[in-house]
Design a protein around this ligand. Structure first.
Ligand SMILES: NC(=O)c1ccc[n+]([C@@H]2O[C@H](COP(=O)([O-])OP(=O)(O)OC[C@H]3O[C@@H](n4cnc5c(N)ncnc54)[C@H](OP(=O)(O)O)[C@@H]3O)[C@@H](O)[C@H]2O)c1
Length: 321
């Protein structure tokens, strides 16, 4: 498994990693989640992504129990979580915030659910317009300085917001944001390829841990004939995804990719995942799966990367234009 540096930090992440959004607790119980993590690990994955809000904290607990049962040495894997939405309902200071009070309590609760002494990567899951950025930067700095987390970053912040946070931290000699977690896939590219471009340069050297590389499953080609009963779009509470997963324009692009995958002898999922790794500013591609067999298929994308020659990439670009 190729490793990449997380931006200008010294941390090395496997180029394909594994996350738990939607799946842990909803689709994967303790045993199945462990099996998926084990499959990913055996394929060389060293990074497991999570968030406080996934399954209202249950996703962190499931991952923590899996890590305990798997018994991997703590220095061999990187684990993350994210804070913003909160899990205590409509309680003042505990919901939709990055204020100091919430962040200080959220990290302690996450550590308890995971059963870990520290979290490697912690993210501010969305920007908070109601907390001054200096308050959030200080709170995240303190989280790192206390040893409860090792690196901090953002998720779906604008380039301007990331720069403001980084510059404040730099000016005050605080731990600065190291990475951003944006959506990135063949059908959603602007932010990673254009908006963040200046941030990849020194001195910021932003890393990216990208999410939904298969556009929630759309890029697997499984939505061609409507919503399969065992798919994400059919899950209770996820009907809001069905529109984008059955969008005619997007489906037509996916169908234009199908013959390219067939010629390469790979699946559409593998083609789409391998393509994400071609962007050198992607530090790691966080994959998701509702079945262990999907993990095995998706990590097989590693063998497809060398097949993506310049000529193939031009054909892929034409297909999704
Ligand atoms: N920072 C953020 O705001 C944010 C947001 C979203 C995700 N994330 C992170 O990124 C990770 C990945 O995101 P994602 O789960 O949306 O990734 P994705 O790769 O776009 O979608 C994964 C889903 O697609 C389906 N799938 C995957 N491989 C398949 C295959 N080979 N064949 C058929 N179906 C397949 C599965 O759903 P079904 O089988 O149920 O259809 C699976 O759960 C998350 O787990 C999370 O850690 C972060």
């Amino acid at each position: 498994m190729p490793l990449r540096r997380l931006g200008r930090s010294g941390l090395q992440l496997s180029v394909l990693s594994f996350g738990s959004w939607v799946t842990f607790d909803n689709q994967l119980d303790d045993d199945l989640a462990l099996e998926c993590m084990q499959n990913a690990w055996e394929a060389g994955c060293n990074f497991f992504d999570n968030a406080e809000s996934y399954a209202q904290g249950k996703s962190e607990a499931i991952m923590g129990r899996a890590l305990a049962r798997l018994g991997w040495p703590r220095h061999r894997y990187v684990v993350s979580t994210k804070f913003y939405w909160g899990i205590h309902g409509d309680v003042p200071n505990m919901r939709n915030t990055l204020n100091r009070k919430y962040l200080a309590q959220a990290i302690d609760a996450s550590l308890e659910r995971f059963g870990l002494d520290f979290i490697d990567l912690v993210y501010c899951h969305r920007p908070d317009p109601n907390t001054p950025v200096d308050e959030t930067v200080w709170a995240m700095h303190d989280m790192v300085a206390s040893g409860k987390a090792l690196y901090w970053g953002t998720s779906e912040w604008s380039a301007e917001q990331i720069r403001a946070a980084w510059e404040y931290a730099d000016r005050h000699h605080l731990h600065a944001p190291v990475m951003e977690q944006p959506q990135y896939n063949l059908l959603d590219r602007r932010r990673v390829e254009e908006e963040y471009a200046p941030l990849y340069e020194e001195p910021i050297g932003l890393g990216t841990t990208i999410w939904s590389p298969l556009a929630s499953g759309l890029l697997t080609g499984k939505y061609r004939d409507g919503v399969p009963a065992d798919s994400r779009a059919a899950l209770p509470g996820y009907a809001w995804l069905a529109g984008s997963l059955t969008d005619a324009d997007a489906l037509a692009k996916v169908e234009r990719l199908r013959p390219i995958a067939e010629e390469l002898g790979c699946t559409l999922s593998q083609l789409a995942l391998a393509w994400c790794t071609l962007n050198p500013h992607v530090s790691t591609v966080i994959t998701g799966a509702s079945k262990a067999s999907q993990v095995t298929e998706n990590f097989g994308a590693l063998h497809v990367i060398p097949l993506l020659t310049e000529e193939v990439v031009v054909r892929i670009e034409d297909a999704v234009r």
